[in-house]
Structures are given as structure tokens and as C-alpha cells.
Design a protein around this ligand. Structure first.
Ligand code: AMP
Ligand code: ZN
Length: 473
């Protein structure tokens, strides 16, 4: 079998509502486009879920030997960007620069692998304009007063992704229909300039692109006319991805993406996250309190197609689970340090084989539509077995192999890559920072509690003129 060619991976396709065999356009290569953020704000933990899900899918495909070309865009021109620029009294470009910088800080904090390309809509203006022009020339789009609309009745398969008929959609959309549009579902490809808005020169006068067209254009320019995976959060199925399909397939004449993948929503305390409900968390806030591996462990503990509920209690549970695995890693590191037996002992051969079985089980569940929930269960089973089978009298070889396997299975999930020493040190540093914050806020009860908790764990804090130092008791 060719490298990366139908190796048993199955992917749930939103288009067919079925799990399908994963076969790429080009053997061994995955062309993947994921809709990225509008860069007008810090991104929130709902966005973080979607980004972590697709980062994990990409990492797993790489683990299985594929060369993954991963494109995720920045929407750097739209109504929200313009509003934020006006509020802050700066240009739209300033807003984009600022929040793209902030995006990378949080994305790196979440251990998201950098994309192959992060294109920005404003860098693809010529390509976008020529895409729209092709649609006008082919009779799929029409101009009204400097706006250009896609004529949804011309694309016979409109509604195929979200499984809705155009008649039903039109019936639902009749109220508030813009009279200049020919049909209720038609959507803007190009918007004529309004006073005070940034604009680009086009055959239809000055204006700016609609949101959907940027993804169609950038996916096509960077990855080609048919890509393998197109992904995003579940809210994007309609209208964003439906419209992307209409534009791309009308222009190019063949399927846009082989597999449409959508991550379900993250809710907070069982409610939709929103600023008005006061249950809104930025990624940054959470990363200040929790280690990235705890956040990823939590996000991946459910299947990506099921909604996930977020609460600090659930994060604490994820932390407890992760600590159990790190305890085992710590034990293995210790055995590797102290063992006087180099190579596999006779009575370890069976357990050695069992380790391979755990790896196969992990691959089996992850191949089945990236079931990270079951993947994590396999790691817990593995760790339990390691704890009963490996101790100070084990060989260095079996301890090393077990440790390598834990790290190997953790790597597509973006977890379990630290040594126990560094993770403990990091945790202490974080607690010290929290204590400093508490003192600044005159919350001495909390500051003392943190110091006492650390003391109970054998860590002594010393306040020196140079800052807080810590040592082992
Ligand atoms: P936006 O910046 O709102 O366009 O969102 C960027 C990405 O995050 C898109 O793929 C959205 O579908 C996704 N997203 C937004 N809110 C949530 C949420 N609460 N849970 C999961 N994904 C989300
Ligand atoms: Zn998009």
C-alpha cells in the first residue's frame, strides 16, 4: 500500500452524514482548509475547541504518515473589524495586526502547530476579484449598484451540505429580504464601499469582499480546486460552507472538498457562551490558570462531533486525570534512572507484546473518525497496566519502551510531552505568580493558603529582595 493511501481511516462527512473511507486526492498528501478567526478580539475557549480539534486531526494524520498541507485563514476585513477600528480610533489594518499577534500568542500557548499558511483576506484581493468576475461571466452572479450577488437559483445543488431545499430556505427567509436581490437566499460576493470604510478598486467600483468568497478563493489559490478536508465549527455549515460550495463548484465545475468536517460547540455550564450571560472566557484567561496540557486533555476528552460542556470543575477533573498519567511517567523516569538491568527480562516479554497491542488499539479508535475520547481511555488503560507491571526491579528497556509509548500516543493529542520535573516546576511557578497576585489584591488569606499548600508538598517559599524563590524542604 502506498504511504498514506486508504490505510483504514474513516471520516464522518457532513455532506453525506456518513463515515467514509478516507482517500485523498493525491496519495500521501492531505490538503486541509480550516476557517480561522475574525481578528478583532482575543479568541475565546469555544474557538479554542475548534482549533484544538483540527490541530489534533492534522497531527494524527501526520502521525499516520501523511504530508498535511494545513491552511487556516485570518478574516481581516468585515463588519466586526470595521466596528472595532472605529471604536478604538485606529485603522482596520491596525486592528488586524494587533489581534493576529495576540492570536499567535494564544495559539502557541495552546500548543497548536503553526499552519502551513495563514492567509489574510486582504492579501488575496486580486484573486478574490477575479473569482467574483468569473462567477459574473459564467452567469452565476449579478451586479446591483456596485454590489455583486450570487444567484442561488442558478446553482442547482444549493442546500446539499446542510440538507435543506432551496424552497424551504426561501420560505424561511422571506421577511427582511433586500429588494435588490433576485432571490431571498442570494448572498453578497462583493459589497460597494460605504463612507469611511476601507475599499479596493474592482470592475464594479470601489468595495470590499463578502465573507464567504475569501475562503473559496484562498482555499483554491493555495490548495487547488478540489481539497481533501474542509473544516470549521458546526455553526459554519450554513450559510458559510453552503455558500463556499456554491461559489467554488459553480466556478470550477467539480467538488470543492471531499470531506466536510465540523466540530460541535463548546457550551459553558450547559449554556451557550455569551458576554451577556457572564459565562464568557478567553483562551488567555484559562491559560493563565491551567496548563496547556490540561486544557487539551479536557477539550479532547469528548468526541469532536458531540457538544462539550466547559466548567472549571471539569478542567480540574481533566487535571486529575493528567496528573495520574504523569505520576506513571514519573515512576518510569525513576525506574530508568535506578534500574540495574539493561535489557528485557524473560518474564517481561509478554508485557512487551502487550504494549504493541495498546498502540494498535489506540490507532484503531483514532482511525475511526478521530475518536480522541476512546484514544484517551486507551492511554488510561495502558497506564494502569504499566503501574502494575513495571517497578524498580524491572529492566531499563521495558521502562523506556513504556515511556516512549505513552509519549508517542500523547503526541497526536498534543499532550504528555513533558518530563515530570519540568511540569512540577512550571506548576510551582504558576502558584507563586498566583500568590503574588493575591498579595497585590490584599487577599492575604489566599496568599497564605497557597504558601501552606506548597509547604505541605515539601516546597518552601522565600521572599527575597530579588523576588520569590523556592526550594525543596
Ligand atoms: P469566528 O472568529 O467566530 O468566526 O470563529 C472561528 C472558529 O471558531 C469557527 O470555526 C467557529 O465555528 C468556531 N467557534 C465559534 N464559537 C464556537 C464555540 N462556542 N464552540 C466551538 N467552536 C466555535
Ligand atoms: Zn471560511
Amino acid at each position: 500500500m502506498e504511504r498514506g493511501e486508504n490505510m483504514g481511516i474513516k471520516v464522518f462527512n457532513t455532506m453525506t452524514r456518513q463515515k467514509e473511507d478516507f482517500v485523498t486526492v493525491e496519495p500521501g498528501v492531505v490538503k486541509m482548509y480550516v476557517c480561522g478567526p475574525t481578528v478583532y478580539n482575543f479568541f475565546h475557549i469555544g474557538n479554542a475547541r475548534t482549533f484544538i480539534v483540527f490541530d489534533t486531526i492534522r497531527r494524527y494524520l501526520e502521525y499516520r504518515g501523511y504530508d498535511v498541507k494545513f491552511v487556516q485563514n485570518f478574516t481581516d476585513i468585515d463588519d466586526k473589524m470595521i466596528k472595532r477600528a472605529n471604536e478604538e480610533g485606529v485603522t482596520v489594518k491596525d486592528v488586524a495586526e494587533k489581534y493576529i499577534g495576540e492570536y499567535y500568542k494564544d495559539a502557541d500557548g495552546l500548543n497548536l502547530k503553526r499552519a502551513t499558511v495563514n492567509p489574510r483576506a486582504t492579501e488575496f484581493m486580486n484573486e478574490i476579484i477575479s473569482f467574483v468576475k468569473d462567477l459574473v461571466d459564467k452567469g452565476y452572479a449579478y451586479e446591483v449598484d456596485g454590489d455583486v450577488y450570487f444567484d442561488t437559483t442558478k446553482f442547482k445543488e444549493y442546500g446539499k451540505l446542510s440538507h435543506q431545499s432551496i424552497e424551504d430556505l426561501e420560505a424561511g427567509a422571506r421577511i427582511d429580504v433586500d429588494e435588490r436581490k433576485r432571490n431571498p437566499m442570494d448572498f453578497a460576493l462583493w459589497k460597494a464601499k460605504k463612507p469611511g470604510e476601507p475599499a479596493w478598486q474592482s470592475p464594479w467600483g470601489e468595495g470590499r469582499p463578502g465573507w464567504h468568497i475569501e475562503c473559496s478563493t484562498m482555499a483554491c489559490s493555495l490548495l487547488g480546486e478540489t481539497i481533501d478536508i474542509h473544516g470549521g465549527g458546526a455553526d459554519l455549515v450554513f450559510p458559510h460552507h453552503e455558500n463556499e460550495i456554491a461559489q467554488s463548484e459553480a466556478r470550477n465545475g467539480h467538488p470543492f472538498a471531499k470531506y466536510w468536517m465540523h466540530a460541535a460547540y463548546l457550551n459553558v455550564n450547559n449554556q451557550k457562551m455569551s458576554k451577556s450571560l457572564n459565562n464568557f472566557f478567553t483562551t488567555r484567561e484559562i491559560l493563565e490558570k491551567y496548563d496547556v496540557e490540561v486544557v487539551r486533555m479536557f477539550m479532547l476528552s469528548g468526541h469532536y462531533r458531540n457538544p462539550i460542556n466547559f466548567s472549571l470543575d471539569l478542567l480540574d477533573q481533566a487535571k486529575a486525570g493528567l496528573d495520574r498519567i504523569y505520576n506513571s511517567i514519573g515512576n518510569l523516569e525513576h525506574v530508568i534512572e535506578v534500574s540495574n538491568i539493561e535489557v528485557l527480562k524473560e518474564d517481561e516479554k509478554e508485557f512487551n507484546k502487550k504494549l504493541d497491542e495498546y498502540k494498535n488499539r489506540f490507532i484503531e479508535v483514532m482511525d475511526d473518525d478521530f475518536n480522541t475520547a476512546d484514544g484517551i481511555s486507551v492511554i488510561f488503560d495502558l497506564v494502569r497496566d504499566i503501574n502494575t507491571n513495571i517497578n524498580e526491579s524491572s529492566s531499563r528497556e521495558i521502562a523506556k519502551k513504556a515511556l516512549e509509548l505513552i509519549r508517542e500516543l500523547g503526541s497526536p493529542l498534543g499532550i504528555l510531552q513533558k518530563s515530570t520535573r519540568s511540569s512540577l516546576e512550571e506548576e510551582i511557578e504558576k502558584l507563586i505568580e498566583e500568590r503574588q497576585r493575591a498579595r497585590k489584591e490584599k487577599n492575604f488569606a489566599l496568599a497564605d493558603k497557597i504558601r501552606d499548600d506548597l509547604k505541605a508538598r515539601g516546597i518552601i517559599l522565600e521572599d527575597t529582595p530579588q523576588g520569590v524563590r523556592w526550594k525543596r524542604a
